[in-house]
Design a binder for this molecule. Structure first.
Ligand SMILES: C[S@@+](CC[C@H](N)C(=O)[O-])C[C@H]1O[C@@H](n2cnc3c(N)ncnc32)[C@H](O)[C@@H]1O
Length: 221
C-alpha cells in the first residue's frame, strides 16, 4: 500500500496520494451527500454548551467547522496526522468564523490528558487505518473521553447490497485493500466493544456512489 512516512507512523492521506489532497473537498462535495451526513453526525452528537469536542481525523476540517458553527459554546478541537491536510484545514478555519483548534499528532498517542472530552466525532477516517491502528485509535479515544462520554462515527461499512459492494471497489482501489477490508466485513461495532465502549448502536445509513456509509454511536462507561 502506498503510504506517507511521518516521523513516527505511516498513514493513508485523504485521497491516498499527497498530491491529490488539494482536490479532496471538491471531490467529496461533488460525489457524496457530505452536508447531509455531517449535519446528521453533528445533530446525533447531542453537544451541550461547554462540551469539549474532538474531531478525530479532521482532514480539511469541514466537520470541525460545522461543529463549531452549530455549537459556538462548545470547545472544538480537530486532530490529524497529516501536515498537508492540516494546512488546508488551518486556512479554512481562518477564513471561517469558527473557533476550532487544530492539532497534529503522531498517529499513536493522542496529545490530550485522559478524561478530557465529552464527545468524539469522526468522519471517513477508520477505513484509512490498519486493524492495529484502528484498535490503538479506539483505545485512545476511550482514554481521552470522560466517563459517560460518547463517540459518533460516520464511515464506510458493510455494503447494503451487491451493487453497493461493487461500488466500494472504487474506494478500495484508491485507499487500498488492507485498511478497507474490515469496512466490508462490518466489524467496527465489534471493535468498539473490544475497545471498552458500550451501547454501540448503528444510527443511520447512506447508499452512495462509493458504497454504503454507516453511522454509529457508543458510550464510554
Ligand atoms: C478521508 S479523510 C476524512 C477527513 C474528514 N474527517 C472528512 O470527513 O472529510 C481521512 C483522514 O484521516 C486522516 N488519518 C489517517 N490516519 C490517521 C490516524 N492514524 N489518526 C488520525 N487521522 C488519520 C487522514 O490524514 C485524513 O485527513
Amino acid at each position: 500500500m502506498k503510504t506517507v512516512i511521518n516521523t513516527t507512523t505511516t498513514h493513508v492521506p485523504a485521497l491516498r496520494f499527497n498530491w491529490l489532497t488539494g482536490f479532496y473537498d471538491r471531490l467529496i462535495a461533488a460525489t457524496m451527500p457530505e452536508r447531509a451526513f455531517k449535519m446528521a453526525l453533528v445533530q446525533q452528537a447531542g453537544i451541550r454548551p461547554g462540551d469539549q469536542v474532538l474531531d478525530f481525523g479532521t482532514g480539511t476540517a469541514t466537520l470541525s467547522i460545522l461543529l463549531a458553527e452549530q455549537h459556538p459554546d462548545a470547545d472544538v478541537k480537530g486532530v490529524d496526522v497529516d501536515e498537508k491536510v492540516l494546512s488546508i484545514a488551518r486556512r479554512k478555519v481562518e477564513e471561517s468564523s469558527a473557533a476550532v483548534r487544530l492539532v497534529r499528532y503522531d498517529g499513536n498517542k493522542l496529545p490530550f490528558e485522559s478524561r478530557t472530552f465529552d464527545r468524539a466525532v469522526s468522519s471517513l477516517v477508520f477505513h484509512h487505518l490498519t486493524r492495529s491502528q484502528r484498535q490503538q485509535a479506539l483505545r485512545e479515544l476511550n482514554r481521552v473521553l470522560v466517563p459517560g462520554g460518547e463517540v459518533h462515527i460516520a464511515d464506510w461499512g458493510k455494503p447494503a447490497n451487491g451493487l453497493q459492494r461493487l461500488l466500494f471497489y472504487l474506494v478500495q482501489l484508491l485507499d487500498g485493500f488492507e485498511t478497507t477490508a474490515d469496512s466490508v466485513r462490518g466489524i467496527l461495532p465489534e471493535m468498539l466493544y473490544e475497545a471498552g465502549f458500550d451501547n454501540v448502536e448503528e444510527t443511520g445509513k447512506y447508499k452512495t456512489v462509493f458504497g454504503t456509509l454507516r453511522m454509529w454511536r457508543c458510550t464510554k462507561w
